[in-house]
Design a protein around this ligand. Structure first.
Ligand code: GCO
Ligand code: MG
Length: 413
């Protein structure tokens, strides 16, 4: 089953996506997601200039060998651009293999371990009444686990909070990568105050628990902004509200920072969305410093790398919480859902729904009902790309915001 074409498709139905489509001599096509928010064209060039020429003529069935060939063969390993490109190839080859077998991918990964994957949605608001409305709207949409992000008094815009306040729970409201008015594209800048955040967040969770009771799983994302001692304090302050997890409490480059957090709090911890290799988890798994692995299939090196990572995590009793914001394309999302269904140590799946424009370009078959996602039983990943629709949405540069402290110092966003 020789590869005859490997095409990189960049499309922007409201936000940018990079997709690799691999075609075999017998006409089977497979899709892989290589989207890297704010740096999309670097992956597109890596794929079309450096990877596609190597794929032509290779045997599409040799997935592990191709993964190793691209990873070790480049000599320069890891890094978000390389690993998104490797992931795109790997995912497309799994799509092809499953289509050739006439099976949904999860069957090749060992078959279903559950009936569906518990999904969490993103509720947010500028203040508590808006957040409560947003939670109600998410419950009405069928979510059975909810992330809560709140505006902070004194700060104009805060990570995770929809600009309109998401009072109506409109799931399309929050898209952090933005273009900035006229002139050359530049990231917008936000202002951040960690002390104000630490004072406010426990009050928000107190209000949400008072309104919705103890049962509903609640999550929160710290987006890498706290020092270890600040994160330890937040974890302790949130213990009465029984979080499902506190995500990205401290900056991702320093995994040992979580030792201190862990010593002080029983709030479960999750990290990993900006990691780009299973190797990044080393001490986090072996010392059991986290409870959930947060990588995206797209950024950790594809289905092959994610499967190895989750199997290793399982040995330490650590579960999955695969990254699923809107900057993971429906192709990356489908790959996550097949893994979610198959692995034993599934924890939860993030699910921010894609816009109507995105779903016009990517024809998905996965389903959401009663709080659970299912990848569908279509052969392969179960997602097809409509190239005519994709061509209607050309690439548009957009960046994630840059964050500054109140004195102007650049801080983690
Ligand atoms: C999450 C993430 C995202 C990121 C985004 C950046 O938990 O879903 O933190 O919202 O900010 O993926 O591209
Ligand atoms: Mg996050």
């Amino acid at each position: 089953m020789k590869i005859t074409a490997a095409d990189t498709i960049v499309t922007s139905p409201g936000r940018n996506f990079v997709t690799l489509r691999i075609t075999t001599e017998d006409g089977i096509t497979g899709l892989g997601d290589g989207t890297l928010n704010g740096r999309e064209l670097a992956v597109a060039s890596y794929l079309s200039d450096h990877v596609a020429p190597l794929l032509i003529g290779r045997d599409a069935a040799r997935i592990e060998d191709t993964w190793q060939y691209l990873y070790r063969g480049a000599y320069w390993r890891r890094g978000p651009v390389t690993m998104a490109a490797v992931a795109a190839v790997d995912t497309a080859l799994w799509d092809i293999k499953a289509k050739a077998a006439g099976m949904p991918l999860y069957q090749l990964l060992g078959g279903a371990s559950r009936t569906g994957a518990l999904a969490y949605g993103h509720a947010s608001g500028r203040d508590v009444p808006e957040i409560l409305d947003s939670v109600r709207a998410h419950l009405a949409q069928g979510y059975r686990a909810i992330r809560i992000q709140s505006g902070i008094p004194g700060l104009d815009s805060v990570y995770g909070v929809a600009a309109s306040g998401a009072g109506g729970g409109d799931r399309y409201d929050y898209e952090p990568a933005r273009r900035s008015g006229d002139g050359p594209p530049r990231p917008v800048e936000e202002v951040w105050d960690t002390r104000a955040y630490l004072r406010h967040v426990p009050r928000v969770f107190e209000a949400v628990r008072a309104e919705f009771g103890p049962e509903l799983p609640l999550l929160h994302d710290g987006h890498h902004r706290m020092t270890p001692i600040q994160a330890a304090r937040l974890g302790k302050d949130l213990e009465p509200y029984d979080l499902f997890w506190l995500e990205d409490a401290t900056p991702a480059e320093d995994p040992t920072a979580l030792r201190l957090v862990r010593q002080h709090t029983t709030t479960p911890l999750a990290i990993g969305e900006v990691f780009n290799s299973p190797h990044d988890y080393g001490v986090l798994l072996s010392e059991r410093l986290i409870d959930y692995v947060r990588s995206a299939v797209t950024h950790v090196g594809g289905v092959t790398a994610m499967r190895k990572l989750l199997d290793l995590a399982a040995l330490y009793g650590i579960k999955s919480g695969i990254h699923g914001p809107t900057d993971i394309s429906p192709v990356g999302m489908a790959a996550a859902l097949h893994l979610d269904l198959a692995v034993h140590n599934f924890g939860i799946q993030e699910y921010m729904r894609h816009s109507a424009g995105t779903l016009e370009v990517f024809r998905t078959s996965y389903r959401f009902g009663e709080g659970l996602l299912h990848p569908s039983d279509q052969p392969g990943l179960g997602v097809e790309l409509d190239e005519t629709a994709a061509a209607r949405f050309p690439y548009a540069p957009a960046y994630l915001p840059v964050n500054r402290l109140t004195d102007g110092t650049v801080h983690d966003w």
